[in-house]
Design a protein around this ligand. Structure first.
Ligand code: PEP
Ligand code: MG
Length: 883
């Protein structure tokens, strides 16, 4: 095997594509060298050596020593200096470099090769003794710490004592003689600590540093970082040994970092900072104020310090050329590091730059328009999930924030406002112009008006598919749910957490994209949809195979979704249409009636409202399919609780409060999610589904008469687990359809299908498909019933499961592909066996999750359906799945 790859002007053996072997840094150094860019020569020891090192009790392959020696000779020849030479000493840096960047996690040693002799040589050659001694003491300190394991405080103590003796505050006030003394004391400290003198032999130093860098792959912080970022342990790091160049040898020297485009806005401008007479760490450490590269940058940031463009115009011009050369070559925005030594430019690193969502979008579109990438590449470059940031207000990244609690990121966007503890208070105060955050233990249908009025919603209980989360996402309101550390006292109207007590009317900020809850007002930035956004979406549409529909029941949601390009409604939850305070009473009357007569009376009140709802929806969605799910109310969400609520129902139904209270007690279930809901309601009370079917068909007839065109109604039966349930319900619907067609004389195309939300339905999909024109996977319930995990309560302990690695991700957020997904596959396959043209879709919350969308595409579903604000995300993810 070959263990060492050289790079430099004379000889370069690696390429950018060899990241797995050479690490990101090594591969890109080699690539830049082959492009003829000024890269200090060096060599990369491969990641395979790292693998060998750990597989063989920290020993190296036998051939490595000779290869490293030859590598050093390659550098010596290229720069005309010698390692360990007292006249003209070569110094090197030794740096880690894994396949992907692990910033600051592993070790680095600079100025290696300095000892008592070579330091004198460096002093003579540079004509600057202070510089030479300063470099030597930095090296001893770094090597002593990283390689020899001597703790930092040892060096800090020596330095502090010396400064006190000399009566100075700053390192820069120390002279060459001071540094020389400090060097002596550093070496003494090291000998005391490790019982051996500081190594003077540069080759010994080099092997010490190589071992330390390989060893740092295994230190705790690097391991933790890998775990958090899903970086496999087996990858290992490479080691880069490279000739040192100095940005701190005088005023014709400098060092800096830059992005080839602005990483926060994406604007095509050279964006970076530099420092004159400084080393790389000084820019990062923030001790001195960095200066801007360009005059424009200087102006934009109101800096008074001169720009590089002014100070070193020639070098700047060269750097600017390197910038465009790198962009053209890599076809992406680059993040670069450079050093100027005595007026000569050196490139030390390049890599694809990290960027905000906004910048990613703009850069992808611009690069495509500039002809550097094609449309497919542009579509693949933007992370669908990041679009969330573009569609909702977000926290001003410059703002300070005090996070007091964390919950689930239930609905994206950031908002601040004064706390209201009840929906009524939220509505009243919002009506007076106040910006409020509604804080509840959990929300229920009665809170809808308050949720709508609030700028954001915070709950202390409930998961990603809890009522609050689903409703907030639909409305596009930011929501943090299940912030379990917060204690809400609804009576006292206070919220407490770790020593803070926050009262009614106090201001908090929530970030529904991260789940953070913050004290006070953190400024937010409004989203702005640029032309780039619609451009990229149109490119995505041209590649996409999956259709994207929306989950919507209100005209507002439907309109929003259509603006985002939804191709129909995939789920209209009809019970949500009765959340409104004016309707919920009639709805309660319906479910609480004790006989058909009582129910029919209540249903007669609901029919006209329901019909009007559908008229509006069909008008908005005309020409597109609208899937209407018949009533599926988990009873606990609808039963009246308070005295007022009980009294209201009593009045509306002409019963006594006692009677209503008694009915409510009778209807209470121990396991409402597995209870009298879904089609079970339709089976026991067919008149409910009859009313709904009538409302749908009458509405369709009305719209068709008026407009000549309506939406295609797809009527969907929820929670089917037994084929017979579906055939019975279908008969009810067909009968009503025939009646309405006859009554109105309008021909109404419609279809009947079912939700697939129970494992049994998946297994019996072949039989169920006999009566279903379509299946829509209700993966919220299907996840709940497959795992036997309550979708409303699981948030409380699932985080512990994630922390312990029992599950990778909350299965209510991203579809569990191997479990729940297997059932989806089975159902799709068995269903299509019975009915080849069975239409398949998904309408659980997973329909808006990019990873789940990829899965849906693989399984061959026809569409996904998600909340309105997720439509663009789903479209982009669907396009990527098809690339
Ligand atoms: C589902 O169960 O996935 C679904 C879409 O229905 P709901 O969330 O209304 O139960
Ligand atoms: Mg469901």
């Amino acid at each position: 095997a070959k263990w060492v790859y050289r790079f430099g002007a004379d000889q370069t053996e690696g390429r950018a594509e060899m990241k797995n072997l050479l690490g990101g840094k090594g591969a890109n150094l080699a690539e830049m060298a082959s492009l003829g860019l000024p890269v200090p020569p060096g060599f990369t020891i491969t990641t395979e050596v790292c693998t060998y090192f750990y597989a063989n009790a920290r020993k190296y392959p036998a051939e490595l020593e000779a290869e490293v020696k030859a590598g050093v000779a390659h550098i010596e020849k290229a720069v005309g200096m010698r390692f360990g030479d007292s006249e003209n000493p070569l110094l090197v840096s030794v740096r880690s470099g894994a396949r992907v960047s692990m910033p600051g996690m592993m070790d680095t040693v600079l100025n290696l090769g300095l000892n008592d002799d070579t330091t004198e040589g460096l002093a003579k050659k540079s004509g600057d003794r202070r510089f030479a001694y300063d470099s030597y003491r930095r090296f001893i300190q770094m090597y002593g710490n990283v390689v020899l394991g001597v703790e930092h405080h040892n060096f800090e103590e020596v330095l502090e004592l010396h400064k006190q003796d000399r009566g100075v505050d700053l390192d820069t006030d120390l002279s060459a003689e001071d540094w020389l003394k400090i060097i002596g004391e550093y070496k003494q400290r090291i000998e005391e600590e490790i019982g051996k003198p500081f190594p003077q032999d540069p080759h010994q130093q080099l092997w010490g540093a190589i071992g330390a860098v390989f060893g740092s792959w295994d230190i705790p912080r690097a391991k933790t970082y890998r775990k958090l970022n899903n970086i496999p342990e087996e990858w290992g790091t490479a080691v880069n040994v490279q000739a040192m160049v100095f940005g701190n040898m005088g005023d014709d020297c400098a060092t800096g970092v830059a992005f080839t485009r602005n990483p926060s806005t994406g604007t095509k401008e050279f964006y970076g900072e530099y420092l004159v007479n400084a080393q790389g760490e000084d820019v990062v450490a923030g001790i001195r104020t960095p200066q801007h590269l360009t005059l424009e940058g200087k102006k934009a940031n109101k800096s008074t310090l001169p720009a590089m463009e002014e100070v070193m115009p020639e070098v700047f011009k060269q750097l600017d050329q390197v910038r465009s050369q790198l962009e053209k070559h890599y076809r992406d925005m680059q993040d670069i590091e450079f050093t100027v030594q005595q007026g000569k430019l050196y490139m030390l690193q390049t890599r694809n730059g990290k960027r905000t969502a906004q910048a990613a979008l703009k850069i992808a579109v611009d690069l495509c328009n500039e002809g550097l990438i094609d449309r497919k590449t542009a579509v693949a470059r933007v992370d669908p999930a990041s679009l969330d940031q573009l569609l909702h207000p977000r926290l001003d990244p410059k703002a300070k924030k005090e996070v007091i609690a964390r919950g689930l990121p239930a609905s994206p966007g950031a908002a601040f406002g004064k706390i209201a503890f009840t929906a009524d208070a939220a509505e009243d105060r919002a009506a007076k112009g106040e910006q409020v955050i509604l804080v509840r233990v959990e929300t229920s249908p009665e809170d809808i008006h308050g949720m709508h009025a609030a700028a954001g919603i915070l709950t202390t209980r409930g998961g990603m598919t809890s009522h609050a989360a689903v409703v907030a996402r639909g409305m596009g309101r930011p929501c943090v749910s299940g912030a379990g550390d917060l204690r809400v006292d609804e009576v006292q109207k206070t919220m407490t957490v770790r020593g803070h007590t926050i009262g009614d009317g106090d201001t908090i900020t929530i970030d529904g994209g991260t789940g953070e809850v913050m004290l006070g007002e953190v400024p937010t930035i409004e989203p702005e949809l640029s032309g780039d956004f619609s451009m990229l979406m149109s490119w995505a549409d041209s590649f996409r195979k999956l259709k994207v529909r929306t989950n919507a029941e209100t005209p507002l949601d439907a309109r929003t979704a259509r603006q985002f390009g939804a191709e129909g409604i995939g789920l209209c939850r009809t019970e949500h249409m009765f959340f409104d305070t004016s309707r919920i009473v009639a709805m309660r009357e319906t479910i609480m009636a004790e006989d058909v007569e009582g129910r029919k009376k209540a249903l007669a009140k609901l029919l006209p409202m329901q019909r009007q709802d559908f008229v509006e929806l069909f008008q908005i969605m005309r020409g597109l399919p609208v899937t209407i799910r018949l009533l599926d109310p988990p009873l606990h969400e609808f039963l009246p609780h308070s005295k007022e609520e009980l009294a209201e129902v009593a009045k509306a139904s002409n019963h006594s409060v006692e009677w209503v209270t008694h009915r409510a007690t009778l209807l209470k279930e121990s396991n409402p999610m597995l209870g009298h809901r879904g089609c079970r309601l339709g089976i026991t009370y067919p008149e409910i589904y009859e009313m709904q079917a009538r409302a749908i068909f009458e509405a369709a007839a009305e719209v068709k008469k008026k407009q000549g065109e309506t939406a295609e109604a797809e009527i969907m039966i929820p929670l089917v687990g037994i084929p017979k349930e579906l055939s019975l319900m279908r008969a009810v619907i067909d009968k009503v359809a025939r009646e309405v067609i006859k009554e109105t004389g309008v021909e109404l195309p419609y279809s009947v299908g079912t939700m697939i939300e129970l494992p049994r339905a998946c297994l019996l999909a072949d039989q169920i498909a006999k009566d279903a024109a379509f299946f829509s996977f209700g993966t919220n319930d299907l996840t709940q019933t497959t795992y036997g995990l309550s979708r409303d309560d699981a948030g409380r302990f699932l985080q512990a499961y994630e922390r312990q690695g029992i599950i990778k991700q909350d299965p209510f957020i991203s579809l569990d592909q191997e479990g729940v997904g297997e059932l989806v596959k089975i159902a799709a396959e068995r269903g299509r066996k019975t009915r080849a043209n069975l239409k398949l879709g998904i309408c659980g919350e997973h329909g808006g999750d990019p990873a789940s969308i990829h899965f849906c595409s693989e399984v061959g579903l026809d569409y996904v359906s998600c909340s309105p604000y997720r439509v663009p995300i789903a479209k982009l993810a669907a396009a990527q799945a098809a690339l």
